[in-house]
Ligand binder design. Sequence first.
Ligand code: T1G
Length: 696
Amino acid sequence: MSDAIEYELNGDVAILRANNPPVNALGYAVRAGLLAGIERAEAEAKAVLIVGGGQTFFAGADIKEFGKPFKDPSLPDLCTRIEQSPLLVVSALHGTALGGGLEVALSTHYRIAVPSAKVGLPEVLLGLLPGAGGTQRLPRLIGAEKAIEIITTGRQVAAAEALDLGIIDEIEDGKVEDIGLAYAQRLVDAGKSPRPVGGLPRPAAIDFDSAYDSAMKRGRGQIAPATAIRAVEAASNTDIAEGLLQERDMFMTLLASPQSKGMIHAFFNERAVSKLPELKGVEPRDLKSLGVIGGGTMGAGITVAALLAGYDVTMIERDGDAAEAGAGRVSGILQGSVKRGKLSPDKYDAIMADHFRALDSYDALSDVDLVIEAAFEEMGVKKAIFAELDRVCKQGAILASNTSYLDVNEIAASTSRPSDVIGLHFFSPAHVMKLLEVVVADATAPDVVASGFALGKALRKIAVRSGVCDGFIGNRILKTYRTCADHMVMDGASPFDLDAAMTDFGFAMGPYEVADLAGLDIGWATRKRLAPTRDPRERVATYADKMCEGGNFGQKTGKGYYVYEKGKRGGTPNPEMMAFIETERAELGITAQHFTHADIQRRYMCAMVNEAAKVVDEGIARRPLDVDMVLLFGYGFPRHWGGPLKWADMQGLDGILADIQAYAKEDDFFWQPSGLLERLVAAGKTFDDLNKGETV
Ligand code: T1G
């Protein structure tokens, strides 16, 4: 018996207890241990109880084993072996019985759970489908429609709902092993016999084709959810043995797909990105009370995120009216959570009464542990605020700026305590967006950096370390691929082609829909800010300036690249913008050329990858995975590609470099190949090699 599965005979029942922390992943040792346990039990017990030791039942197959040679027993075979055991096999669930974990439970004959348990088949979130019988056994238990809903969303189902659906048989409070053992003994005493789910009738057929089509539409290019529907269809059309074979084929096809590699890359790196080797053993400062400067959209969002995470927050505005308005925004957002049932009215009252205040005097910040400045994006304003914070805040307080672009070193140098200054760049809406760029200035102390990451974790953010440069990681790369889009528009593509091509690629919105949503005035202000220092060789599109000069800033004014009608979702292409574009082409003597969707996607992605490689090469981002997580969680990059640098690896870096070198023949100012990309290609290495610590 392997240590991964502990064996204990208790009366008539053989207990197989998983011991593979932290989540009892079904790696080889666990699978082998279960098989050996079943065989041993069949020689000496009347029933088997499968239960998880530690915090959870099996949370799925061991994802770390994917891509490595499979070792028998395979999970599908093990599940079939458990199901066909002559003994009564019971599973007792706690924590999260997910993926292969639920599939093991479905292969047992009876299932009991503690009230807090959750079950699910989240394989589609890894670009896969349940590959150990989940698509065959779950629909036999709960019907094809409900099974498809659970499998294609990958959502976790609470025990109560699982009982209602018939996924589990009983819920009982108590220690999971105790309730499991009692339940198994009760079934033995009642003379119950094995009850294989696989032996249940096939699920009734549904309209699988339209379910498939709408899954493809919803997937925006993701193939796993739709493929899973074909697997459930097999459960309806064939017997269990054939269904399991078809499921396996589809699983292996998805496992070999780039999408699955992209989503598994995202799974592990959204967890790894906030773990910095240099912060090992560095204790963060104690953070209980926060200050937020500014009650606008960003200030209010940051305040709400902090309040919901249990911090006390003091918001400071320039005067009483502005403070009241800021408080109104905070209350409005929280009331929205109450309406959606995400926050209880009592909790709302407690937060507003005991944990939040909005004032107009900096002196109120004399005792807070950390202040986040979220005021107007202008250096003079920032420096004035930090001078005030330097005057009133206690020694040891952390002074943070939510600036999106400005030089955090310059802000820090304007105080007497630059080592306590850091950038904490949130994304709008700050109480929703997962990304937090932790911008480390030259003088920032290690425990201040550690505190930034601790705050990120407490706010349930994906915190990514960034060095200081114009736009940090995300906005710097955004500026480049947005400029590339503008160049394609100047050369013949329409903004609407760009949006269509990039939504085909998997983005929820194209670059011009995003520009209209964010407000065209932001880009306009940036172009004006950079104009005095701009290199004359840089091609800059001015058609959007003309739209802005007319007071049209996108959605918020009803017109931008698109025209927006009140009460209608989305906009229709704005012919005025096309007129500005054609005028500009004529003025520049440009003959419009045709761009296919593939051309657009390739150039756009090459621009993104090239700038991202420079960001890594300069050490602004420590690892390529940092860039991938920034684009995934802050810029809507399609998760099924894993991020731009994972995508690049899967495309082949030599081809990307060759394309960039070809584009440079048209514009060698914009297309300057990254030195890192050239070195990786020369060494035959990938960005993933750099993630693993290799260098070039
Ligand atoms: N395999 C390997 N490692 C895993 C793992 C897994 N299935 N699940 C978690 N870990 C690691 C994780 O990387 C982290 O490591 C640590 O455990 C704690 O995780 C045939 C093929 C269970 C809800 O998709 O959703 O079964 O960072 O930080 O917040 O059909 O982990 O410490 O080094 O996330 O408490 C299907 C994936 C697999 C579930 C716990 N199962 N896991 O959340 O902790 S595919 C899943 C989760 C499959 C079969 C198919 C969550 C969690 P490290 P954590 P948590």
